[in-house]
Ligand binder design. Structure first.
Ligand SMILES: Nc1nc2c(c(=O)[nH]1)N[C@@H](CN(C=O)c1ccc(C(=O)N[C@@H](CCC(=O)O)C(=O)O)cc1)CN2
Length: 382
C-alpha cells in the first residue's frame, strides 16, 4: 500500500466523504506500508509494519527500504546537495573578490504585500546571501503601496553602487503592473533575468542575455552537473510561464535539444511527453504527470512545488480501507508535492528531482551566482 496514490494525489481528499465527521475507523492491517516522511522524498522511505499480533496492541516499527527496492528506482537528482556545492564555490569567489579589489557583491530584494510563501522565499534569499558573504538590502512594502513607490526604490537601487543585483519578489499585488516594474530594473542588475531585453536576448541566436532566470538556469545546471546529455535529445517543457516554462524551453534550445512545449491547450499531452528524453515540468498541478506519461529512461526535472493538505490528528496514521486518512507528522498541515507523480515516475525514468529538495534550492543558488557575476562584470573582475 502506498501513500502516494496520484489518482487523487491526496488519500485524505478521496476519503473524506466516507463515514461521518469525527468517526474514525482503524482497520487491522498486517503488512508493509510505504510512507514518505513529510517534507521528504522516497530516498528516505520508511517501511512501517503495523502488526495485529498481539491483538490488543498496535506496534509500529520503522526500517529503511530494502536495497533491492532502492536499486530498482531512478537516480535522485539532489538539488539541495548541488545547491550547497554551488554556495561553497560562491563563498570562495566572494572572498577572493573582496581580498583582491575590496568589493562585496550586494543584492537588493523587494517584497510587496503579505504573502507568507513570498516572505519565506525572501527570508531564505537573505539567509543564503549571508551564508556566502553577499550583502543584502531588503525593502518591504505593504500590499496597498503605490506602484510609483516601488519604482522609486528600484530607481534608487539602479543608481546605488553597493547594489549589483535587484529583484522584486513575484507575484506582485493585483493592482500593480508587473511589466512596468520589471522594465524598471536596470538590465545590468536584473539578476532575476526577467527584463524583456534579457529574455529577448535569450531567445535570439548569437545574442547573450546579461542574466538567465534563476529557476530554469537551475534546471539546466542540474542536468549539467549530473552529466546528462542535452544536445540532440528530445525535450518537453510542460508549462509556458514567463518565469519558468518559456525561458526553460529557450535554454534547452540553446543547448541544442529539440524542444516541444506542452501547455493547457495542448491536445494529447501524454503522447507528447511520452516521446521526451528530458521532461521539465512547471505547471503547478500536483501529481499531474503520471508514470504512464513518461518514456522509460527519461530524465525528469520537476519544478512544481504544490502544497497538499494533510489532516492532523494526535495519532500518526489512521487507516481506512487501505488508505491513510491523516498524517500527523506534518506540522505545517500540508506537504509539498511536485507536478510529477514521484512514486510512479521513479519506477519508469532513469533520474528525477524530488520535491522538495530538487529545483527549489537551485533557484536561490542561481540567484547568488547571478549576483556574483553581476558584481564581477560591473567591476571588471575575472
Ligand atoms: N522575483 C522572483 N519571484 C519568484 C521566483 C523568482 O525566481 N524570482 N520564483 C518563485 C519563488 N522562489 C523564489 O523566489 C522559490 C521557490 C521555492 C524555493 C525552494 O527552495 N523551495 C523548497 C521548498 C520550500 C518549502 O519548504 O516551502 C524546495 O523546493 O525544496 C526557493 C525559491 C516565485 N517567485
Amino acid at each position: 500500500m502506498n501513500l502516494a496514490d496520484c489518482s487523487s494525489h491526496s488519500a485524505t481528499a478521496r476519503l473524506l466523504h466516507f463515514g461521518s465527521p469525527g468517526a474514525i475507523y482503524l482497520r487491522r492491517f498486517v503488512g508493509s506500508l510505504h510512507v514518505g516522511r513529510c517534507g521528504s522524498n522516497p530516498t528516505h522511505v520508511k517501511t512501517l509494519r503495523l502488526r495485529s499480533n498481539p491483538p490488543k496492541t498496535l506496534t509500529v516499527t520503522a526500517a529503511m527500504a530494502s536495497e533491492a527496492e532502492v536499486a530498482a528506482s531512478a537516480k535522485i537528482i539532489d538539488g539541495k546537495m548541488v545547491a550547497k556545492e554551488i554556495r561553497d564555490e560562491i563563498t570562495t569567489e566572494v572572498s577572493r573578490m573582496k581580498d583582491a579589489i575590496g568589493v562585496v557583491p550586494g543584492l537588493a530584494v523587494m517584497l510587496i504585500g503579505e504573502r507568507k510563501d513570498s516572505a519565506t522565499y525572501v527570508r531564505n534569499k537573505k539567509k543564503a546571501c549571508e551564508s556566502v558573504g553577499i550583502n543584502s538590502f531588503e525593502v518591504r512594502l505593504p500590499e496597498d503601496s503605490a506602484e510609483t513607490e516601488v519604482l522609486k526604490f528600484i530607481s534608487d537601487f539602479n543608481d546605488d553602487p553597493a547594489v549589483h543585483g535587484i529583484l522584486v519578489q513575484l507575484p506582485l499585488p493585483k493592482h500593480m503592473n508587473e511589466q512596468n516594474i520589471l522594465n524598471a530594473v536596470s538590465i545590468e542588475k536584473d539578476v532575476d533575468g526577467f527584463h524583456p531585453l534579457n529574455i529577448g536576448r535569450l531567445a535570439m541566436r548569437g545574442r547573450e542575455p546579461s542574466f538567465v532566470p534563476c529557476t530554469p538556469k537551475g534546471c539546466i545546471e542540474l542536468l549539467h552537473r549530473y552529466g546528462f546529455q542535452i544536445k540532440g535529445k528530445k525535450a518537453v517543457v510542460i508549462g509556458r510561464s514567463n518565469i519558468v516554462g518559456m525561458p526553460a524551453a529557450l535554454l534547452l534550445q540553446r543547448e541544442d535539444a529539440t524542444v516541444t512545449i506542452v501547455h493547457s491547450r495542448t491536445q494529447n499531452p501524454e503522447q507528447i511527453v511520452k516521446e521526451a528524453d528530458i521532461v521539465i515540468s512547471a505547471v503547478g498541478q500536483p501529481d499531474m504527470v503520471r508514470g504512464t506519461w513518461l518514456k522509460p529512461g527519461a530524465v525528469v526535472i520537476d519544478v512544481g512545488i504544490n502544497p497538499v493538505e494533510v489532516r492532523r490528528l494526535p495519532l500518526v496514521f489512521f487507516i481506512f480501507h487501505d488508505h491513510i486518512l491523516y498524517d500527523a507528522t506534518c506540522p505545517r498541515g500540508y506537504r509539498l508535492v511536485g507536478d510529477v507523480c514521484y512514486e510512479e515516475a521513479r519506477k519508469v525514468v532513469s533520474a528525477i528531482t524530488p520535491v522538495p529538495g530538487g529545483v527549489g534550492p537551485m533557484t536561490i543558488a542561481m540567484l547568488l551566482s547571478n549576483t556574483l557575476s553581476s558584481a564581477k562584470r560591473i567591476h571588471n573582475f575575472q
